[in-house]
Design a binder for this molecule. Structure first.
Ligand SMILES: [Zn+2]
Length: 205
């Protein structure tokens, strides 16, 4: 077994735990903030065992070696060695034949159309859930603010003119608008939407 084969025995979730990424469990999968693009809300999904990872924000995907490579800023070979070292895995050094091509990493697995569609649907669900919780949060904050203002003898007009209340209202209606738009998107529009998200036109936080 060469160093890449040995390193690939480590799943992405284990690898991410090893360098202390904050993981949010979702069934057998985990979400974490992407290492390949800047974001506030985790959209990088780590699949269990040898399932690899996929970022719904920037579409970067790969295995535990790719993850280590990015986290440590090293080459694929160096990343594979570090994985083996960290997880106590042994491998053939291939020193007898320096031009051993089996040492080269395999190309990354390609994402087929069905998998992409499935992941887009998951992405839509995640964004929708995120929007719904943002709406709820804004509503709760508005309610709390309203009772505070009413206790200070403010009337409805005062509440409507309150800056904090207005910004919560805006946050809520923006999220509602996005949610309504999200519902009507086709998969290819959704893909565009994801790309826009990358450029900051839509952020989940
Ligand atoms: Zn990403």
């Amino acid at each position: 077994m060469n160093v890449f084969e040995a390193a690939r025995q480590v799943g992405c979730i284990q690898a991410a735990e090893r360098f202390g990424l904050q993981l949010k469990r979702s069934g057998s999968r985990c979400f974490t903030r992407c290492l390949f693009h800047t974001e506030n809300t985790p959209s990088m999904c780590l699949y269990p065992d040898a399932g690899g990872f996929y970022c719904f924000g920037c579409q970067e995907h790969g295995d535990s070696i790719r993850l280590y490579q990015q986290a440590l800023g090293v080459s694929a070979l160096e990343a594979a060695k570090r994985l083996c070292q960290d997880f106590g895995l042994s491998y053939d050094t291939g020193k007898r034949n320096k031009k051993n091509h089996s040492l080269l990493p395999n190309p990354l697995p390609r994402v087929d159309a069905r998998t992409l569609a499935k992941r887009l649907t998951e992405y839509r669900e995640n964004v929708a859930n995120d929007l719904i919780s943002r709406i709820r949060r804004a509503e709760q904050q508005m309610e709390a603010l309203e009772s505070r203002l009413l206790a200070q003898d403010c009337d409805c007009d005062d509440i409507f003119q309150n800056v904090a209340w207005q910004s919560l209202l805006k946050e809520k209606s923006d999220a509602q608008e996005t949610l309504a738009a999200l519902d009507g998107l086709t998969l290819s529009e959704l893909l565009e939407y994801m790309k826009e998200g990358q450029n900051g036109r839509y952020r989940t936080a």
